[in-house]
Design a protein around this ligand. Structure first.
Ligand code: DOR
Ligand code: ZN
Ligand code: ZN
Length: 435
């Protein structure tokens, strides 16, 4: 199977400018990137992309696909369809399912289901502790054998320093990164929003910055001698950014991710106590948000990841204090970031794309994220001019929980190709691939 993408524009790696290119895909590989490529072979499918932007397929290192156990919120199929629509070709999924993904058998099940669905490459994380209960380490070696790319108890922090230290030793011996949801329960328990202006105004119990930052600091200390790759999930507090910056300056192998919502929103943007704005970590102060942008720009924060966390509308209707934490992100990440960071001059297009493609692949050692001849044919085609209103009713995800409904944004993915196969084509809404 050959696919020729004509008249698209790609980022020139040396200048960061957009240049016209044609791309020929043969099977699962990018065969050629050039100018005036023609379909020599009549079997070749030709797609005219005149003027559209072609990036390497987007990578999201933090999503919740909810299978097994929470299929009412999302399934691997609906979650990966949402990923494809959002321009993502690779997603790494979190183990806080029911049962928790804490064994090789469950890892294999997730991989098999994802392959069957076929809409995105799914890389599973395994849990650090059995049932994410914080008491006993999982069989990381067996899970690695089954295909995990790292270990995490995302959803909860690992409360015991001793447990975390042992986990780091074990993960390091296996060459696995430790991916941490940083949250000290003794500081965070009972809070539902950031301990700041909004919490005070509505008399809600707050989650302070230190609930995150003490874990970041503790873990950096624990990891220092062990030498393990330590990755901070959804960094949100200015103090955490400072700690990661200092660790990097000392040469420690510490990386961090930030979500689109923490980059674009702060607690003062929350209009009223409404669980569409509830996630963990919470939206912090505008000063924290500025520190995240600065950290992203200076390389302290390596990548952008969505923390796509679908919940049902019934669950979210329980209100700010009782609803579960989390918002969806896969179908809105790129246009939101393009509109609010690139078009406003905060990041260049090349910087944004780098943090969603090459960089995540680099820090997790994945063979994706680069648009080059001989590489896997993972591509995302984006219409940088197309402007649309975010409408949760159109989501392919089962989750509709987003605070961004109604936002008008530019830069929508229109065609996604994973391993040489079209996984999302806006022009063809009756897409039946994978069925
Ligand atoms: O907002 C969040 N949602 N934060 C988490 O840590 C967990 C996630 C979820 O699983 O819903
Ligand atoms: Zn988390
Ligand atoms: Zn998460």
């Amino acid at each position: 199977m050959k696919l020729l993408l004509q008249n698209g524009r790609v980022l020139d790696p040396t200048t960061g400018e957009l240049v016209h290119k044609d791309i020929l895909i043969e099977g699962q590989t990018i065969a050629k990137i050039g100018t005036d490529l023609n379909a020599a072979d009549p079997e070749t499918e030709v797609i005219d992309l005149s003027g559209k932007f072609i990036s390497a397929g987007l990578i999201d290192m933090h999503v919740h696909l909810r299978e097994p156990g929470f299929e009412q919120k999302e399934t691997i199929e609906t979650g990966t369809r949402a990923a494809a629509r959002g321009g993502f070709t690779t997603v790494a999924c979190m183990p806080n399912t029911r049962p928790v993904i804490d064994s090789a058998e469950l890892v294999k099940e997730v991989i098999a289901k994802a392959e069957q669905a076929g809409y995105a490459r799914v890389l599973p994380y395994g849990a650090i502790t059995v049932r994410e209960a914080g008491q006993e380490l999982t069989d990381m070696a067996a899970m690695k054998e089954a295909g995990i790319i790292g270990v995490t108890d995302d959803g909860v922090g690992v409360q015991s320093s001793k447990m975390m230290k042992e986990a780091m030793r074990k993960a390091h011996s296996l060459g696995l990164p430790v991916v941490a949801h940083c949250e000290d329960d003794s500081l965070a328990k009972g809070g539902c929003v950031h301990d700041g202006q909004f919490a005070a105004r509505f008399r809600l119990k707050g989650i302070p910055n230190e609930a995150e930052a003490v874990h970041v600091g503790r873990d950096i200390l624990l990891a220092e001698d062990i030498g393990v790759h330590y990755h901070v999930c959804h960094i949100s507090a200015a103090q955490s950014v400072r700690l990661v910056r200092e660790a990097k300056a000392r040469g420690q192998k510490v990386t961090a991710e930030v979500t689109p919502h923490h980059l674009l929103l702060c607690d003062e943007d929350i209009p009223e106590p409404n669980a569409m704005w509830k996630m963990n970590p919470p939206l912090r102060s505008s000063r924290d948000r500025e520190a995240l942008i600065e950290g992203l720009k200076d390389g302290t924060i390596d990548i952008i990841a969505t923390d796509h966390a679908p919940h049902t509308l019934e669950e979210k209707a329980a209100g700010m204090e009782r609803a579960p934490f989390g918002i969806v992100g896969l179908e809105t990440a790129f246009p939101l970031l393009y509109t609010h960071l690139v078009l406003r001059g905060v990041l260049t297009l090349a910087e944004l794309v780098d943090k969603m493609t090459r960089k995540p692949a680099e820090i997790f050692g994945l063979p994706y994220g680069v648009l080059a001849e001989g590489k896997p044919a993972d591509l995302t085609v984006i219409d940088l001019e197309e402007e649309r209103t975010i409408d949760p009713d159109t989501f392919l995800s089962k989750g509709r929980n987003t605070p961004f409904a109604g936002w008008r944004v530019k830069g929508w993915p229109v065609l996604t190709i994973m391993n040489g196969k079209i996984t999302w084509n806006q022009a063809d809404t009756a897409l039946t691939f994978g069925e």
